[in-house]
Design a protein around this ligand. Structure first.
Ligand code: GLV
Length: 327
């Protein structure tokens, strides 16, 4: 029997390709450079499935040009690269890779918060530049994590992981804002109190963004929101580029309207706004919050198992639009 044909849109673990090859005729991008839109469409001809990594845009145009496509499996928990409504309308299943990255990503969110508040990279650059000649009482004085108030916007699984680290590990007061309130049991477990967004911005010492990107929450943090924050506050974005207005943030950081920012995601990444690059009070990382080998392997395996689950057994593990299964 001929195997279904699939495309792996970016270089991934050899063991993932091996796993997929047991079930599919696999065409794999051997490199880290994403396919252009036209190349993606060309390579998707005759393919029943595609393994994507979060940067391949699957929209109505691409779907119309790829009539054989039945499933797009994202090796990411976020899926703003998918037009889910268009996929559902065409009967194309979308899957993502939740849960397996929760703790690793929460670790990183906390690491970025600490690096930002305690000026880790700025002080390291100073040392490496040979500028450290003497002790000074306020040299690279930052802001405390322990005992401070952390405001989390987006209280899904990763937000909850960060809340637990802050509340249980560092004695932080945790407040949060989310589309919907957590259950009382979860709030108690995370020691987190629900507040309105404006109150969170006014009172938090550290604001951490972990919400999914949707067109409605583009620029959740812009000029007006930054004005509400304390001048001593830290802002951390491990969610998605576009949730923060990066130009407005650069202006606020330059004017010391807020103290510092830690950013793992950017509008238009992998490009980074030039004004952010010029600032010292911002820690910048290249979208690596889930990047440990075991976690990235688990994410790749889950994406592969979604392709196998659906195309071979009719049962994907983590569907985003399960309506397609019922149709
Ligand atoms: C990473 O950003 C992801 O969505 O998994």
């Amino acid at each position: 029997m001929t195997k279904p044909r699939i495309l792996v849109a970016r270089e991934v673990f050899p063991e993932t390709i091996e796993r997929l090859s047991q079930h599919f005729d696999v065409e794999a991008n051997p490199g880290a450079t994403p396919f252009t839109r036209d190349e993606l469409i060309t390579r998707l001809q005759g393919k029943a499935g595609v393994f994507t990594t979060g940067s391949e845009q699957i929209n109505a145009d691409v779907l119309a040009a790829c009539p054989d496509l039945k499933i797009c499996a994202n090796m990411a928990v976020g899926y703003n690269n998918f037009d889910v409504a268009a996929m559902t309308a065409r009967g194309v299943l979308a899957t993502n890779a939740p849960d397996v990255l929760t703790e690793t990503t929460a670790d990183f969110g906390f690491a970025l918060l600490m690096a930002t508040a305690r000026r880790l990279t700025e002080s390291e650059h100073y040392l490496r530049a040979g500028k450290w000649n003497s002790w000074s009482y306020d040299m690279f004085a930052g802001s405390d994590i322990h005992g401070s108030t952390m405001g989390i916007i987006g209280m899904g699984r990763i937000g909850q992981g960060i809340a637990r680290r802050g509340a249980h590990g560092f004695g932080m007061k945790v407040i949060y804002h989310n589309r919907s309130r957590l259950s009382p049991a979860l709030e108690a477990e995370c020691k987190a109190t629900y507040v309105a967004k404006e109150e969170l911005l006014r009172t938090a010492d550290h604001v951490v963004l972990v919400l999914p990107f949707t067109p409605e929450n583009r620029h959740t943090i812009g000029e007006a929101e930054l004005k509400l924050m304390k001048p001593t506050a830290t802002l951390v974005n491990i969610a998605r580029g576009g949730i923060v207005d990066d130009a407005a943030l650069a202006r606020a950081l330059a004017a010391r309207q807020i103290s510092a920012a830690g950013l793992d995601v950017f509008e238009g990444e992998p490009k980074v706004h030039a004004d952010l690059l010029a600032l010292s009070n911002v820690v910048l990382t290249p979208h690596i919050a889930s990047a440990t080998i075991p976690t990235r392997l688990a994410m790749a395996t889950l994406a592969a198992d979604n392709l196998i689950g659906y195309l071979v057994h009719g049962k994907p593990l983590t569907p985003i639009n399960p309506e397609v299964l019922a149709a």
